[in-house]
Design a protein around this ligand. Sequence first.
Ligand SMILES: Cc1cc2nc3c(=O)[nH]c(=O)nc-3n(C[C@H](O)[C@H](O)[C@H](O)COP(=O)(O)OP(=O)(O)OC[C@H]3O[C@@H](n4cnc5c(N)ncnc54)[C@H](O)[C@@H]3O)c2cc1C
Ligand code: SF4
Length: 627
Amino acid sequence: MEDFDAAIIGGGTAGLAALKQLANLGRQAVLIEAGKDTGTKNVSGGILYSKKPRHGKVFNAEDVFGSSFLAEAPYERKITKYILHATSGNKDYSIDLTRAHEYQSNYGCSVLLNKLISWLSVVAEESAQKFGGGIVSGVHVRSVKPEAAAEGSRMIIETDELEPFRCKAVIAADGVNSETAVMTGAREKFSQTELYQGVKVIVKMPEQIIEERFGIGPEEGAAHLFAGDVTLNHIGGGFVYTNRSTLSVGAVYHMDSLMENPAQPSALVDALIRNPVVSELLRDEVPVKSEVDKDLPKEEQLRTRFAVSKMVKNWTELRDAYYSPTGSQKMIESGKYKTREELKARLDSIRSDLESKYSTKFVSDYVELEYSAKLVPDGKRCMMKKPYHDNVLFIGDAAGRGVFIGPRIEGLNVGIDDAVRAANAISRALDRNDFGKSMGEHYSQSIEESPFTHDMREIDKDYLKIFLEATRGVPKDIVGQRYGMIFRLMSSSTLRGLAVGLANILGYDRLLPLVESVDTYVQVPMEIAEKMGRSVDATYQPTIPSLADRIARLSYDDDRKSHILVTDPQSEFIKKMVVLCPTACYSQEPDGKVTLQHEACVECGTCSKGTEWHHPRGEKGVIYQYG
Ligand SMILES: Cc1cc2nc3c(=O)[nH]c(=O)nc-3n(C[C@H](O)[C@H](O)[C@H](O)COP(=O)(O)OP(=O)(O)OC[C@H]3O[C@@H](n4cnc5c(N)ncnc54)[C@H](O)[C@@H]3O)c2cc1C
Ligand code: SF4
């Protein structure tokens, strides 16, 4: 049986940071990832932050992947504008939260996980190989157990694809639906009160049109958050983030409120897209092919369809290149076009041919590229109190860690910080040949010292102050008596200090129903929008793809054997999945029983609590292109 110093389960941002940090420390580690390639199973919003807390130290991506991280990593845009929108119908009131986004931050940049993780993998693997480690993808870990009953004994890892192997320590970075946590008995599956469900679509938009639309420069990015009626009465909100030449548009809602008031996840994204502020942000020019004349001979019909498809593809590619400085440059360097003007002339001529010869219309609409979904652990409710078990250390989503407080959405950076602390604890244990409780306690203590743990536990009065200052323009009497009184109380720094001090003594748990409620996420924003908002009229109706179309566009390597087993097809929980599964894998039969067809599953984990749930076997299941 092969032996390693350390094994990491899961190749998301957290797992890869752990692999790189272990290599930085000169340790041998192997990372096992279920996806065919790393980055094909991961979903985020996502803004990757680098933080500089006033008290304590956090480990950022550049601490692990090197000081040239920002210069080399394929991030999308540095977010320089952060806007919160309160919505009601066509009314919109926006609040500039850029200062809150910059709070204790070096930077926050938008990322697409497939691209970022591919890069992290290359860098981490290159380092890991120097010490006899590396990445093995397409392998699903199905069992993690100690070799013997003795404290600190080695761990045996079994997979669906490889021979079992042995290691001294394990890092579980297998995400929110961590099977390692459940199979080792480290924790139970997260409950609905501890989770959010995130659903996202990637929208295509040429680079310079993004910059024009969002009022940003080539090196800048914007993040827009949405609360109010777009939530369809749920606790959470919507977001639109600018990437280089795409937008990430998504909705993240608390599972509790979804269980209480079930809504199809794709319908939640649709509600966001239909909001006039959002639809105007997504608006682009889209060619609509006309029907081919059915009276023409079959061959002629086919020829026409083929010609139109080819021209539309050409037009789209040229347009993307024209609206991108690097794209235009490449076209000119290739010798195809001498100048940007020439490129534009060709673009116009294809368009004119499409219009005149083939009756193609160019309309305002938007284009979706990918639909995705994933659960998000609400760190303040579910971070593991004891983030280790035997020789296994839990990090990132697997440990239920993340700072999700109002507009603060941070899971990626928290996982990276955890990864460094876990790798350091393993390295120390290897030096001392002292694993088990001693290693776990050392890691636990390091996690306790992380400023992120503090943020998951207590209200940060400085952040609150910045948030309240941003909402200064909202008269206190328009948000109802209860919240008006709270706003007034909070505007005095002395009273705010006392209130936050008291709240932190009482504990976050007691305060959460007041801070996170339908009132705060829906009613108050709606009141603000109705009374103070500007009217925004949509200039077009977005053509939103059906769920079936969204699923059809996804790639899968189907495992004929289902990775999910429904144990009680009559339970109230499973009946709710008929609505809450993002890809409608559940349906209810006339006899009331619920059945599952797993083929379209995107492995979000929403149904996990009421089923026997595993990730698919290695390489199988959904394959995200963007993430
Ligand atoms: C819609 C949405 C928006 C978000 N927005 C933000 C944001 O703006 N900023 C931010 O910081 N965070 C955001 N988050 C949270 C952030 O994306 C997560 O916290 C982060 O991606 C978790 O990383 P991870 O490495 O812990 O887990 P994951 O990325 O889930 O990685 C786990 C990996 O483990 C693998 N795996 C699982 N089980 C096994 C097994 N048994 N064997 C082998 N491999 C296995 C999986 O295939 C996967 O690759 C958002 C999340 C969502 C869903
Ligand atoms: S079957 Fe379960 S895990 Fe799969 S997409 Fe539906 S809810 Fe998510």
